[in-house]
Design a protein around this ligand. Structure first.
Ligand SMILES: [Zn+2]
Length: 406
């Protein structure tokens, strides 16, 4: 998602919008009387009507008014095999890291890299850790989460803490960091601390937690047997077969528990598209369709997002309206028919026009083609319809070819 920052005055707009939505009965915070549940929202009397109207209008234009698109309403829980085959079970686990200084949680692969020097020639440079203000910088300098001598070696100037450091690759292949003695400025005399190959994207600190797997799919258990009971049994069996030493081996213990959990594990779908793919043949034969044709679906999807933000626009539970349009591969396109790229262009314009027809102002809508580096591995081309949100341009929907999703 591309986002261009707007001037600082804009956050106000979001606050006003959220409070207006509540007062008028469009959107409430979920479970508000119990303090609210983060990132979950309820649609009030007017919100429920608005949402139904948008969905109905989409279905009318997309399915009822077209000869070449049919509907589907698949279950939210699907066979875990679907998510194994699609790569979601593996690909949805992104290692995340916590910053020990500013407490930000972020994806390891998205963090700014630190160039690490070789063992015999560590790379020396000045690290700056930037706090939002002077007071917070002061608190950070007394941070308890990092070795005390490390952070006290940083000099504070206003809201910036800085120190000369050296980073090197140790004999074991891990990265190490040494902080110069503030008096002599000499790195040689300092102790080496283990560190990551990157820094916090928010404050710039090199003091980070270990990487942890964080599964973006919601896992549930199918069947009445509580998975905790299966876990207990697996641990008891491990102790019986491998003795108490097996229990103190973290890898063995984790593997045994994972196996016990996986027996009954199912996942709430993280997207609606897979149901269209796995039902392709059912739909094609029962509705007697022949490519080019589309399958449309509306429904809830769930993602355990690392960061939930922007009110209902990035939440863990969300509703999708999605259509997969299947076209004949190049070489099988009939004379005078549209090929894949022509269909792609057609759907990009068609969807953009649909948003405009709902009354969204033209100047707040744009089509943004993806760069080659942003494309999903299976996509030939992709374009987002973007909206100018209070926090800048962001995705409203995406279209991509192979097959075309819109
Ligand atoms: Zn940080």
């Amino acid at each position: 998602m591309s986002q261009e920052k707007k001037p600082a005055a804009e956050p106000d707009v979001m606050e006003k919008l959220v409070s207006l939505c509540k007062r008028r009965g469009f959107v409430f915070q979920s479970s508000e009387i119990y303090g609210g549940l983060k990132s979950c929202y309820d649609y009030g009397p007017l919100g429920a009507e608005l949402k139904r109207n948008v969905k109905a209008e989409w279905w009318r234009r997309m399915v009822h008014e077209r000869e070449d698109v049919v509907g589907l309403d698949a279950s939210i829980i699907m066979s875990p095999q679907v998510w194994k085959a699609s790569g979601h079970l593996a690909g949805f686990s992104d290692p995340v890291v916590d910053c020990k200084i500013c407490k930000e949680r972020f994806r390891a692969d998205k963090a700014p890299k630190m160039n690490v020097g070789a063992l015999d020639s560590p790379r020396e440079f000045t690290i700056e850790i930037t706090a939002p203000d002077k007071g917070i910088a002061k608190v950070w300098q007394e941070s308890k989460g990092v070795p005390a001598e490390s952070i006290t070696r940083f000099k504070r100037d206003g809201r910036v803490l800085s120190a000369k450091v050296a980073v090197r690759r140790s004999v074991t292949g891990k990265s190490e960091l040494a902080i110069a003695d503030p008096a002599s400025g000499n790195v040689e005399t300092a102790t080496w601390h283990p560190c990551n190959d990157y820094r916090c994207p928010v404050c710039g600190s090199p003091f980070l937690s270990d990487e942890r797997q964080f599964n973006l799919m919601f896992r549930a258990s199918l069947g009445p047997v509580d998975p905790i009971q299966n876990i207990q049994r697996a641990v008891e069996e491990l102790a019986k077969s491998g003795g108490p030493e097996a229990l103190s081996d973290p890898a063995k213990l984790k593997a045994a528990i994972a196996e016990a959990v996986e027996k009954t594990a199912v996942y709430l779908r993280p997207e609606t598209a897979q149901a269209m793919f796995v039902n392709f043949l059912n739909v094609q034969t029962s509705a007697r369709m022949k490519p080019p044709f589309g399958i449309a679906q509306q429904g809830k999807s769930f993602r355990n997002e690392i960061t939930v933000e922007h009110f209902i626009f990035r939440s863990c539970e969300f509703e999708q309206m999605e259509m997969e349009f299947f076209v004949p591969p190049p070489g099988y396109v009939a004379e005078g028919e549209k090929d894949d790229m022509a269909w792609f262009e057609y759907w990009c314009q068609e969807r953009r026009n649909w948003y405009a027809s709902l009354g969204i102002r033209e100047e707040n809508l744009r089509l943004r083609p993806h760069e080659a580096s942003e494309l999903a591995h299976y996509a030939k081309a992709c374009q987002d319809v973007e909206y100018n949100y209070p926090w800048g341009w962001g995705n409203l929907k995406g279209s991509r070819t192979a097959p075309i999703t819109t």
